[in-house]
Design a protein around this ligand. Structure first.
Ligand code: NAD
Ligand code: UD1
Length: 337
């Protein structure tokens, strides 16, 4: 079976390619490498001792995408490609709407033309905005606090309409909570360009001395220690969720949304402590004002994924921190050479 992975050179995509290759799938990656590097896929090949095919193609370029489908018999698509920086999406909304929506529409049109109707889409817990109730169920109200989040909501709607129009389609909308961690080898991991927006990459960059100290965005939230609570999930658990979702597409049609989270919430201070334990490093920090748009508390009810897909996250917070730390240390040593 051949799986087309869009955005396969990126953070979650590369970890998913490892698991797909390990499970015996043929993997074809389409990635324009705007937020990733070809070397990552070389690492994927070396970790798995298997080969994949990379097309350095922009999903906005339908003609080139058609050629990929002509060259391979694709059975299903996992669609990671897209832009994901919340702050940037506020500054450049049209760029986000155009890229995230048009890439997905192009992809679906090309899939349709080549009679491929199985799709796993990277959605996000961001579609729940600031949830009214936790744990968050898939049936919770959908709302978003920024253009990036709204692109996810709009794409979910588009895909639901596509599947409603023809029962050939089978589509899984995976709503990720907060992916962190890295492959055990330390050879692939998250590599944000510029100043990290997200907590874990910021912590790891402080730990290796790239940044001086972490700003904790608010310690006056109505939580146990005053800092926000999130559902951090190991990227390898997340990757494995995609394989389970693919499997399910064989026996289903229409659209299904699944939360991919652990069901556990941890505060910013708890994450810092776990990281300090895992790395043996002290993370200098200061409390800063709240960040606009942050939910005080969010974590998943992931029962539906467990019941329907037979998937459950297995890796705990300490392991996530150990693996993030191994990856960041490895990258810093490489950069120092
Ligand atoms: P990433 O930026 O590491 O990977 C995305 C990949 O898509 C990159 O390799 C990039 O080069 C590629 N890409 C972007 N635009 C493209 C285009 N027009 N044509 C072809 N390739 C293109 O991001 P990630 O963290 O791996 O996230 C993957 C998906 O998961 C995204 O859709 C993101 O919105 C979603 N998501 C991520 C998180 C997270 O915290 N990382 C959380 C929820 C949802
Ligand atoms: C953010 C995005 C969300 C996206 C998700 C995963 C916002 C408002 N939300 O969510 O849309 O889906 O990333 O990519 O940007 N924190 C600090 N200091 C830092 C960084 C973060 O204290 O330097 C805190 C945040 O305030 C938050 C927690 O750490 O309480 C987690 O932050 P982050 O990793 O950015 O994830 P989310 O806020 O869940």
């Amino acid at each position: 079976m051949s799986i087309l992975v869009t955005g396969g050179a990126g953070y979650i995509g590369s970890h998913t390619c490892v698991e797909l290759l390990n499970a015996g799938f043929d993997v074809v990656v389409v990635d324009n490498l705007t937020n990733s590097r070809e070397i990552t896929l070389k690492e994927v090949e070396s970790i798995t001792n298997k080969n994949l095919t990379l097309y350095s193609v922009d999903l906005l370029d339908s003609e080139s995408l058609h050629k990929v489908f002509e060259n391979h018999t694709i059975d299903a698509v996992i669609h990671f490609a897209g832009l994901k920086a919340v702050g940037e999406s506020v500054e450049k909304p049209l760029y986000y709407y155009e890229t995230n929506l048009r890439t997905t529409i192009n992809l679906c049109k090309v899939m349709e033309a080549h009679h491929v109707h199985k799709l796993v889409f990277s959605s996000s817990a961001t579609v729940y905005g600031i949830p009214e109730q936790v744990p968050v169920l898939e049936t919770a109200p959908i709302q978003a606090t920024n253009p990036y989040g709204r692109t996810k909501i709009m794409i979910e709607d588009i895909l639901r309409d596509v599947a409603a129009a023809s029962d050939k389609w089978s589509i899984s909308l995976l709503r990720y909570f907060n992916p962190i961690g890295a492959h055990k080898s330390g050879r692939i991991g998250e590599e944000p360009s510029g100043i990290p927006n997200n907590l874990m990459p910021y912590i790891t960059q402080v730990a290796v001395g790239i940044r001086d100290e972490l700003s904790v965005f608010g310690d006056d939230y109505p939580t146990e220690d005053g800092t926000c609570v999130r559902d951090y999930i190991h990227v390898v658990d997340l990757a494995l969720g995609h394989l389970k979702a693919l499997e399910k597409l064989d026996s289903s049609s229409g659209t299904q949304a699944y939360n991919l989270g652990t069901g556990n919430g941890y505060s910013v201070f708890q994450v810092i402590s776990a990281f300090e334990e895992a790395s043996g490093k002290t993370i200098p920090k200061k409390v800063a004002p709240r960040r606009a748009g942050d939910a005080p508390v969010t974590y998943a009810d992931a029962t539906k994924a467990e019941q329907d897909l037979g998937w459950k996250a297995e890796r705990g917070l300490l392991e996530m921190c150990e693996d993030s730390w191994r990856w960041q240390s490895h990258r810093s040593k490489q950069n120092a050479k």
